[in-house]
Design a protein around this ligand. Structure first.
Ligand code: CA
Length: 247
């Protein structure tokens, strides 16, 4: 099945450039130039992925993201401005799967698209249903789609749409950054992530503080999860970084 991608970008030249590259890669593509049109299209059709600019006329990218993810869990990659660190963090908190900072190398965007599509297919396959693939957008469809935003490790369950984490049914109270950090680790299960990678994913590309902030968050997560539930979830790989192993 070929992936169907919606590009939401009001800079016409950039939108056209991305469109040509995606067509060249064999994707099916639609474009929207403002937030309202984008939201209508995204609700109407079942896109495999949406590339979403944040600064848009009519309705901001963040608003499109929030309204869309209430109904569907289409993977969204945000296109953000270089200095908009808060956009990236709140975008990930709001449920975007990834972001890329403008200006970007097209190869990087294509790589991120491939990863997002692969993850989404993998998590859909791991979900409870095949979702029918129908076009009727009934309540049951919305319920099925919600199942896809859930990440699991042993008895730990993270719901991205609900922004909750539980262990064996006990709820765990995390700050936004702790939540994003845990999400990144769970999404990259069995892959060792370096401090730099974690820093970039959790704090944004432009973060100028100390990299040991990552060790601090890991410590918080361990004190809230590993120590409370007596598990060894987040493993340290000396000299490299951190990993959550599936077994
Ligand atoms: Ca824009």
């Amino acid at each position: 099945m070929e992936a169907y991608i919606l590009i939401v970008e009001d800079e016409e030249k950039l939108a056209r450039f991305i469109e040509l590259e995606l067509l060249h890669e064999g994707y099916k593509v639609d474009k929207a130039m403002d937030g309202r049109t984008a939201l209508d299209m995204a609700l109407e059709k079942d896109y495999s992925l949406i590339l979403l600019d944040i600064m848009l006329p009519e309705l901001s990218g963040m608003e499109v993201l929030r309204r869309l993810l209430k109904v569907k869990d289409t993977p969204v990659i945000l296109l953000t401005a270089r200095d908009a660190v808060m956009d990236k963090v709140s975008g990930l908190d709001a449920g975007a799967v990834d972001y890329i900072t403008k200006p970007f190398a097209i190869e990087e965007l294509l790589a991120r698209i491939r990863v997002a599509l692969k993850h989404h297919i993998a998590s859909s396959a791991a979900g409870l249903t095949g979702n029918g693939g129908g076009t009727a957008s009934g309540i049951s469809d919305a319920r099925d789609l919600k199942e896809e935003g859930i990440l699991k490790w042993k008895e730990l369950e993270m719901s991205i749409p609900k922004h909750t984490v539980t262990y064996a049914g006990h709820s765990i109270d995390l700050t936004n950054r702790e939540f994003v950090m845990l999400r990144v680790l769970l999404e990259n299960m069995d892959i060792v992530l370096s401090r730099d990678t974690l820093l970039e994913r959790v704090c944004g590309y432009d973060y100028l503080g100390e990299t040991n902030v990552i060790d601090v968050y890991i410590r918080y997560l361990r004190s809230k999860i590993d120590e409370v539930f007596d598990v060894h979830m987040i493993q340290t790989v000396r000299g490299v970084g951190y990993v959550i192993k599936s077994n």
